[in-house]
Write a new protein. Structure first.
Length: 268
């Protein structure tokens, strides 16, 4: 008995199992394409930093008005002034810092500071071995040689006087020009006479006194547009004259205090 031949498949027909395999492979391939396109077009998520176990402490702002006022309220005016003056060295045009410094220094100034004595209880009479009683070959070496936050000009000198202009390195400063000078008056008496007859007479208003390395410094204004700060060391007068730029000359005292510190502390 002959075997019955298997029925022939119609053209174009497929086995159900093979059709499933083809379909599944197509779906997998399509999913791969979609995923690849999505990965290329979507931004990568920002990974959160790994926890260190310690909360990050923000760095304190070197100049913060609230911090300054808190220091003043707690009586730490010296620290407050240091913070404000550091700010002024970087930004001489900061009027807010200037006003805060003035308010602090005014509160610390004794009632009789309007007519200060340039010779306080602590005597400033130089000893016989004071190097500042000796003449110096180059007077310009007693001028500021560096001025962070400012721009030094070229010094001008003679046998008895030397000076150097100082400008701000930023626009909008509260002063238009500073002139730092050294005057050789031959003796301590002659130097003191210069401060009395020139500094105090030409700049009698807003008179006050502050200290440079324990040495009294006279500060005063002409009441119009300029201020001075001057002190005596041996036979020499160290002087700063500041011209205001649209502000009251009394507000220039913090600048005067900063610039005074630029004078060298030793003879060279």
């Amino acid at each position: 008995m002959s075997a019955t031949p298997a029925p022939s498949k119609k053209p174009g027909s497929k086995d159900p199992v093979r059709r499933y395999i083809y379909t599944a492979a197509f779906v997998v391939a399509l999913a791969g394409v979609v995923f690849g396109v999505s990965a290329l077009s979507s931004p990568k998520p920002t990974s959160a930093p790994a926890p260190s176990g310690l909360a990050e402490v923000p760095q304190a702002d070197p100049y913060d008005v609230d911090a300054v006022q808190s220091l003043v309220a707690s009586g730490e005016t010296t620290k407050a002034l240091e913070m404000l003056r550091a700010r002024l060295v970087k930004v001489p045009s900061d009027l807010e810092a200037l006003k805060l410094i003035k308010s602090i220094t005014d509160a610390r100034t004794p009632p009789n500071a309007s007519t200060p004595s340039i010779t306080p209880t602590g005597t400033v009479t130089p000893g016989a071995d004071d190097p500042f009683l000796k003449p110096i070959a180059d007077l310009a070496t007693l001028l500021p040689s560096a001025a962070p936050g400012y721009v030094l000009g070229s010094p001008v000198k003679s046998e008895t006087d030397a000076s150097v202009p100082i400008d701000s390195d930023q626009s909008g400063a509260v002063f238009s020009r500073i002139l730092a000078s050294v005057h050789d008056r031959g003796s301590a008496t002659g130097a003191q006479k210069f401060v009395t007859d020139v500094s105090r007479s030409a700049y009698p208003q807003d008179a006050a006194e502050f200290s440079y390395r324990g040495i009294p410094v006279y500060f005063g204004t002409n009441g119009q547009n300029s201020a001075t700060a001057a002190f005596v060391r041996g036979r020499y007068v160290f002087e700063v004259i500041i011209t205001a730029a649209g502000s009251s000359p009394a507000e220039l005292r913090p600048i005067a205090e900063d610039v005074i510190l630029l004078f060298p502390n030793t003879m060279e």
